[in-house]
Design a binder for this molecule. Structure first.
Ligand code: MG
Length: 165
């Protein structure tokens, strides 16, 4: 980080994954497993919430994106627990001289309902990121692919504060 760098930086992230036709694939969102619900297609566990937050953090620090650090062509990340990717990205951001102020995200989905696990998801993500993480859910009101329940999307923003030097 240069001496002229701002003390605050914001980053945004987005991710989307389609539902999988494989009934054995679990749905994982924000590190929470939703039993009995169709899972998402992806190289890792397809946790769109963890992926969007990872990109928001990396973007805020100017450290590239999730595909750069954890390429889906690398067998290391096949079936990976995306919380481990999120933890690694959080560590990269801190190693670059930033503390994470907070993260906010909006999950766009028709089902399942997030309300029953929202607090658990926030706690889980907050523990991994090391900062408050808020999670909101929004339906697409039957519009487009998400509205037709073909997948789940997530938007995230992250705020970083420069560590005192
Ligand atoms: Mg993804």
């Amino acid at each position: 980080m240069s001496a002229l760098a701002p003390r605050l930086r914001i980053g945004q992230g987005f991710d989307v994954h389609p539902f999988s036709p494989d009934p054995s694939r679990p749905l994982v969102l924000g590190g929470i497993v939703f039993d009995g619900h169709a899972g998402l297609v992806g190289h890792s566990d397809a946790d769109a919430v963890a992926h969007a937050i990872t990109d928001a953090l990396l973007g805020a620090a100017g450290l590239g994106d999730i595909g750069h650090h954890f390429p889906d062509t690398d067998p290391t990340w096949k079936g990976a627990d995306s919380l481990s990717l999120l933890a690694a990205a959080s560590a990269l951001v801190r190693a670059d001289g930033w503390s994470i102020a907070n993260v906010d995200c909006t999950v766009v989905l028709e089902a399942p309902k997030l309300a029953p696990v929202r607090e658990a998801m926030q706690d889980r993500l907050g523990a991994v990121v090391g900062a408050p993480v808020s999670v909101k859910a929004k339906r697409a009101e039957k519009l487009g692919a998400i509205g037709r329940s073909e997948g789940i999307a997530c938007f995230a923003v992250a705020l970083l504060v420069a560590e005192a030097t």
